[in-house]
Ligand binder design. Structure first.
Ligand code: GAL
Length: 414
């Protein structure tokens, strides 16, 4: 009797532990839901500071995010890109560089959170980051636990040194690790659009880079020998055919902003910002927020342009017409509104004569129509807030070279 009871107990124990293991090994490869329902807004260190990051800079940027009005305009994430890393310890745990981040990441996260902001970090699916720091390959679950313990809210996950890995699987692994760690984090897939992340990315992450790196110029390609980076216009062109993949919680990411980094003219800065708004792109500022002048601040915090970007429908805009360096873009907005941008990529001013009655603007993918024949719309210049009449009249204007005219159309009556 005693023996039978013991055998029963042992069998029960074995089946219980194996059930336990079964659960433990079960992974959830889907991103955290309910995050990034509009394109994420924030700041990232890479475009301006590259590897020169430390806790003093990050604290000062967080301060400036608040004092400049960027936080009030909607920016939330303070993202530290490559090179924050120190070494792994003998147990494999990653630590921040002790010279650059002597107070540790938890203290920095606490500081950022105390300002009502959120912290983003950067890692890489391969053995090393692009900057040669320790990557997460083989340490995904341990790193995710560490980040969660620090209070990280956003992870940008890069794709250098990933020999032999398949992108979808590698990003699913880090998603599963984040899910296991339990702290909701936005996952920014940074695999440069190589393996069509727009196809598998929506289930796995909240945004995915659709191209290689942005370069700080309006219209150029920079050849680095083994790789190229792309000007604002080149990145814009590479978004063609991707809009059906974007929507609330899952965005095409045409890379971070170069506004305020000293190479673009004010018109080009405006065009860059307006087009990223039209694309429903993440708005991740890449400049020094501590020293930006009023002109830059006014662009980055422009309420009406940000409202186009953050519209709750989350529909990415499309190019309706292009001719001779002049492009017309439309973006459907909630409440039947539309955003329109006339982008002048050329070196000469372009006259605009837009006869609304003659144009047929249809968004086939999201099934929306700007029906100016049956419905008229009031027109506002989104940049200045001034009224430009209605769609009953031909719109006449001039768009300066390398600049943009952005409008908001609002239904007015029959
Ligand atoms: C690139 C990435 C950049 C930046 C850089 C850091 O791969 O596209 O945005 O993160 O790595 O080394």
């Amino acid at each position: 009797m005693k023996l039978r009871f013991s055998i029963l107990c042992i069998t029960l124990l074995i089946s219980l532990t194996s059930f336990g293991q079964g659960d433990n090994y079960k992974q959830n490869y889907n991103k955290f839901d309910g995050l990034a329902l509009t394109p994420p807004m924030g700041w990232n260190s890479w475009n301006k500071f590259a590897c020169n990051v430390d806790e003093k800079l990050i604290r000062e940027i967080a301060d400036a995010m608040v004092s400049s009005g960027m936080k009030d305009a909607g920016y939330r994430y303070i993202n530290i890109d490559d090179c924050w890393h120190g070494d792994r310890d003998s147990l494999g745990f990653i630590h921040p560089d002790p010279t650059r981040f002597p107070s540790g990441m938890k203290a920095l996260a606490d500081y950022i959170h105390s300002k009502g902001l959120k912290l983003g970090l950067y890692s890489d699916a391969g053995s090393q980051t692009c900057g040669g720091r320790p990557g997460s390959r083989g340490y995904e679950f341990q790193d995710a636990m560490t980040y969660a313990g620090w209070g990280v809210d956003y992870l940008k996950y890069d794709w250098c040194n990933t020999e032999g890995l398949k992108a979808e699987g590698a990003y699913k692994t880090i998603t599963a690790a984040l899910r296991k760690a339990g702290r909701p984090m936005v996952l920014s897939i940074c695999e440069w659009g190589t393996d069509k992340p727009w196809v598998w990315g929506p289930a796995v992450g909240h945004l995915w880079r659709s191209t290689g790196d942005i370069y700080n110029c309006f219209d150029c390609v920079e050849d680095h020998g083994t790789w190229k980076s792309f000007g604002v216009m080149q990145i814009l062109d590479k978004q063609e055919g991707l809009r059906q993949y974007a929507g609330p919680g899952h965005w095409n990411d045409p890379d971070m902003l170069e506004i305020g980094n000293g190479k673009l003219t004010p018109g080009e800065d405006r065009a860059h910002f307006a087009m990223w708004a039209m694309l429903a792109a993440p708005l991740i500022a890449g400049n020094d927020l501590r020293t930006m002048d009023k002109e830059i601040k006014d662009i980055l915090t422009h309420q009406a342009i940000i409202a186009i970007n953050q519209d709750s429908l989350g529909i990415q805009g499309f190019c309706y017409a292009k001719e001779d360096g002049f492009e017309t873009w439309f973006k459907p907005l909630s409440d039947g509104k539309w955003a329109v941008s006339f982008l002048n990529r050329s070196a000469e001013a372009k006259p605009l004569n837009f006869n609304w009655q003659r144009e047929k603007v249809r968004d086939e993918i999201f099934n929306r129509e700007l029906n100016t024949a049956q419905q008229w719309y009031r027109i506002k210049n989104a940049w200045t807030g001034k009224s430009l009449g209605s769609t009953k009249n031909v719109l006449k204007a001039e768009v300066p070279p390398h600049d943009v005219l952005t409008l908001i159309l609002e239904k007015s009556g029959k």
